[in-house]
Write a protein that binds this ligand. Sequence first.
Ligand code: SAM
Length: 246
Amino acid sequence: TGTLYLVPTPIGNLEDMTFRAVNILKEVDLIAAEDTRNTQKLLNHFGIETSQISYHEHNATERAAQLVERLKKGESIAQVSDAGMPSISDPGVELVHAALEANISVVPLPGANAALTALIASGLVPQPFYFYGFLPRKKKDVQEELEALNKRQETIVFYESPHRLKQRIEEMEKVFGPDRRVVLARELTKRFEEFVRGTLAEVKEWTNSEQLRGEFVVIVEGNDAPEAQEEQDWATWPLDEHVSRV
Ligand code: SAM
């Protein structure tokens, strides 16, 4: 049987492609890409002539089954997403499941990833950390998620799109409080890379004054006193509910 390689690609700076990643992409029989046109630019840049097939969130299940058939016949396949690590807020997990189920060896390559790159320069405690990825779209779901996250003591890492960033920081300020520290890592590895560090109240001010373009990782410090927080929650409960709970 063939091997399934999981190959990270740059998150902005093409020099972050590793030698090994280039070699694997050259050597495999097929590259399964989230967006073949996007990946073609990368392949052209590195003189890689391997053919591609699409593998994205809309065809993930059926395509994974097809790819596993090819792996069983002895072809080797590399899976890539548009940027960074496959499977990290990106397509990949269905293919990994299908391959493992079929006893095919799955070989991951290390490489670019926005969350860890942001975390190590954030200045916030790097471990333990909690990788969340993208918050849900619906306002009500966001509120629920943030309330659950509010109890966590780990540093929390989010991905966010630029047009939702301002609203998200406001929502986080409401749930986590204005004094919680936050770091925005913008356009990592690119020309306009920038870190914005402050409290949620300060960073909210910043989002009001800036044109929010580019890509962002949002890192929030953990709750350093979740128990105190809980006591406070109880103290402010309506009396009848409080009584019936005890
Ligand atoms: N698989 C990727 C990884 O390993 O980091 C993440 C893909 S996810 C669809 C895209 C999100 O990652 C963006 O919305 C942004 O939050 C973050 N991101 C990707 N590249 C970035 C960059 N150069 N600077 C800051 N954030 C980035």
